[in-house]
Design a protein around this ligand. Structure first.
Ligand code: URA
Length: 423
């Protein structure tokens, strides 16, 4: 087998054979296929696509590149959730302990933010002492003892994806449905969860900008999961507006704790409960009542134990940025648009995200919103507050904030759209 013939097959819109796929994934993982050759193949896939048979084989080859985890020793059914990424998407933080409080085991392998979307691990690292890196044995111990664990995927899980994702990130080949679906599902299937709920984001702040692409991505992933014996469900959810009232690491932890305490923004609570119900259903725990577990403090108890089990202090003061800048409303009226992408870019520029993998994020940086679409605003009243340790970043962040919102005259009839768009 030679890599040039594999590249040529896809370049010329052909179908890759099982042998070609198995060989190229294995050879790339071993270093026998060079990055520039894999980049050419990834670009050919982005431009010419793969059919479902090719995607299934590609996913299986990426799973086979590493180890598979085994949760069969646990007494509870396992349920996991994966979001395709968005702005202010802190849902994993309240969701994992909530679903554990209702009787499932939640092994939540999470990632870091890159670009305008935040990462769950960066958020939790704002909690003093909390550790994202656990050995497989530590992960299993936390999962068994507490019911939920949120940690980084170990190096042994789908190493082909780790290498390929880093390559796609710097070659403009992230936004290919076959590559996104196989990347996400190879890690989830290798992780060994029994059931999986996918939160496929749609809108300006998401990878998928329109509902047709989101539906195609969702159905590809559901088919891959189901065919591998994982009970898989997908929700399509709105990401045209940031979730909740915060985008940034410590800011989002604070908001998540509010949700666990029975408060928090209505959209965050609604999506947390919708995903919890799907996860519990898929895990066979149809009688569980997640709304009660939020209200009676049992989800908060699991959160506190989970944070402590990973070295964090659930009572510690969260970091606060050294500098703030308040953006005020230029006119009175009704807020009719608040763009998720623009707010995500502003939070990123303030220091909440990284431009390169090795950058260090600021725990306190980000954007705090004082109004959401549908709210009335007064001229001169605060619309959002920008937080950073490095005030020279304000001007650059403000460029992104400038065109991020629309205010219609008072009395305009406007109601924000639904959060869950389809199932
Ligand atoms: N998240 C992943 O894990 N992989 C992708 O390709 C895109 C988002």
């Amino acid at each position: 087998m030679d890599v040039i013939s594999v590249i040529r097959t896809k370049r010329d819109r052909g179908e890759l054979t099982d042998e070609q796929i198995d060989w190229v994934i294995d050879a790339y993982t071993r270093g026998a296929v060079a990055d520039e050759q894999m980049s050419a193949l990834a670009m050919a896939i982005l431009l010419n696509g793969m059919n479902r048979k090719e995607i299934a084989r590609w996913t299986a080859a990426m799973i086979a590149s590493g180890e598979r985890m085994d949760f069969s020793s646990l007494s509870r059914p396992t349920a996991d959730k994966h979001s395709t990424g968005g702005v202010g998407d802190k849902i994993t933080l309240p969701l994992a302990p909530l679903v554990a409080a209702c009787g499932a085991a939640v092994p939540q392998l999470s990632g870091r933010g890159l670009g305008h979307t935040g990462g769950t691990l960066d958020k939790l690292e704002a909690i003093p002492g909390w550790r994202a890196l656990l050995s497989n044995e530590e992960m299993l111990n936390v999962l068994d003892g507490v019911g939920s664990v949120i940690c980084a995927a170990g190096d042994g899980l789908a190493p082909a994806d780790k290498k390929l994702y880093a390559l796609r990130d710097v070659t403009g080949t992230v936004e290919a449905i076959p590559l996104i679906a196989s990347s996400i599902m190879s890690k989830k299937i290798a992780e060994g969860t029994g059931s999986l709920v996918l939160d496929v984001k749609v809108g300006t702040g998401a990878f998928m900008k329109n509902i047709e692409d989101a539906r195609e991505l969702a159905s590809t992933m559901v088919e891959l999961g189901t065919d591998s014996g994982v009970r898989t469900v997908a929700l399509l959810t709105d990401m045209s507006t940031p979730l909740g009232l915060t985008a940034g690491n410590a800011l989002e932890v604070r908001e998540s704790v509010e949700v666990l305490a029975g408060g928090g923004p209505a959209d965050v609570v609604e999506l947390t409960l919708a995903l919890a119900r799907e996860m519990l259903d898929a895990a066979g725990l149809k009688d569980a009542d997640p709304a009660k577990a939020l209200a009676d403090g049992s989800a908060m108890d699991v959160w506190r134990r989970m944070i402590a089990a990973q070295g964090g202090d659930p009572d510690a003061e969260l970091p606060v940025a050294r500098e703030r800048h308040v953006v005020t409303a230029p006119s009175s009226g009704v807020l009719t648009r608040l763009d998720a992408y623009d707010i995500g870019v502003a939070a990123w520029r303030l220091g909440a995200g990284r431009a390169r993998k090795e950058d260090v994020v600021q725990a306190g940086a980000g954007v705090e919103l004082h109004a959401k679409p549908g709210d009335s605003v007064e001229a001169g009243a605060p619309l959002m507050t920008l937080h950073t340790d490095t005030p020279e970043r304000f001007a650059y962040a403000l460029e992104s904030v400038e065109g991020s919102y629309d205010i219609a005259p008072s009395g305009t009839d406007f109601s924000p759209g639904a959060i869950v768009l389809d199932r």
